[in-house]
Design a protein. Structure first.
Length: 347
């Protein structure tokens, strides 16, 4: 059978005009992230970046990619989309600083079955906000409209960040016994462990529109608090001297992430009484009946970034980080052994 009128791409479910409208709408947001080194405007086949213009002499490039996990499910179900773009940036750039790298530029990937210009724009505008906080430029991305691949209203996100450090100045450096572990407070659950969060909420008989049992507003709004971006204060501490390593506390919690920046034969000894467990984690523990070890292995438990520092620099770096707006805890120290051991209990 031959169709009287030829098919169009729109008939197949892909709206090129909507894609063009999205590019026009997000242009100002992307432009707001411009920084030294950006060498071209949004819209080309690739983004250009000039490392010399960014101030580097002999740089090593560092790359990171990530998503926001099933936190995205809550954002889609509630329609609260403005913060997940910040989450996407945070998950990438917080990893870059763990290598001692300054984030330079960011690319995003947004995939959906049918493009909603407004929803996609809100997500990308959140990405731009995260990039501004991190000091990196949003220089490109991809919006993929793929009918039949996603359920109605669903979409997926991925992010890719590139940073740089001068050769010979990357992290982690060699930690030593007696080094101090500092912790920077998180802004909630961040972007890990949400499959368990969703299970706990279901077990407790709560919906995302239910009142939050640990804060004001709805449960969905509280859980969608964006991931904290640590780039500027962390780099300030690194450049001040005395930092041996940063550990971004993501999936695996303190238990699995802190050992990643320690050499073989050294472990961390942390005091769980050094900070107060934020209410959201107390709720997850109590409502889900979670053992303390499981809580520490899945969630950040209130510590979003650990910093291993030379003991004679701990006080000065704590003061600097506090001045940069961070809440700083002295968690413990590095000692001979393996992994992370704990004293005290989370309270």
């Amino acid at each position: 059978m031959t169709l009287r009128n030829g098919l169009t791409y729109r008939d197949a479910g892909v709206d090129i005009d909507a894609g063009d409208a999205l590019v026009k709408r997000i242009g100002p947001a992307a432009a707001s992230t411009r920084r030294p080194g950006v060498a071209d405007a949004l819209g080309g086949f690739g983004g250009l970046f000039d490392l010399k213009a960014a101030g580097f002499q002999d740089p090593v490039l560092v790359a990171a990619t990530d998503g926001v996990g099933t936190k995205l499910r809550i954002a889609i179900d509630t329609g609260h989309l403005d913060g997940v773009g910040v989450d996407l940036v945070a998950m990438c750039v917080n990893d870059l600083i763990c290598q001692g790298a300054e984030p330079l530029f960011f690319l995003d990937y947004f995939a959906t079955g049918k493009l909603s210009v407004d929803e996609a724009a809100r997500v990308v505008e959140g990405i731009a906000a995260g990039c501004r906080t991190a000091g990196c430029a949003l220089i490109g991305g991809e919006t993929a409209e793929m009918p039949g691949m996603y359920a109605a209203g669903d979409f997926d996100l991925a992010g890719f960040a590139v940073g740089a450090a001068e050769r010979g100045q990357t992290l982690p450096a060699q930690a030593q016994p007696g080094d101090v572990v500092l912790g920077l407070a998180s802004d909630g659950v961040h972007s890990n462990g949400f499959s368990l969060v969703r299970r706990v909420a279901d077990h407790a008989g709560l919906t995302w529109e239910s009142g939050s049992p640990f804060s004001e507003g709805t449960l969905g709004e509280a859980l969608l608090t964006p991931t904290r971006i640590y780039v500027r204060p962390a780099l300030a501490a690194f450049r001040a001297g005395g930092v041996r390593g940063f550990a971004h506390i993501t999936g695996g919690g303190l238990t699995e992430n802190l050992p990643r920046v320690l050499p073989e034969g050294l472990g961390a000894r942390l005091d769980l009484a050094a900070w107060t467990l934020p209410p959201v984690f107390a709720w997850l523990r109590d409502a889900g009946g979670l053992e303390e070890a499981e809580l520490l292995r899945v969630f950040n438990c209130g510590i979003g970034l650990c910093i291993v520092v030379a003991p004679d620099r701990a006080e000065a770096l704590s003061a600097l980080l506090t001045e940069e707006g961070e809440t700083v805890f002295r968690l413990g120290e590095i000692a001979e052994g393996e992994g992370v051991s704990y004293t005290g209990t989370l309270a």
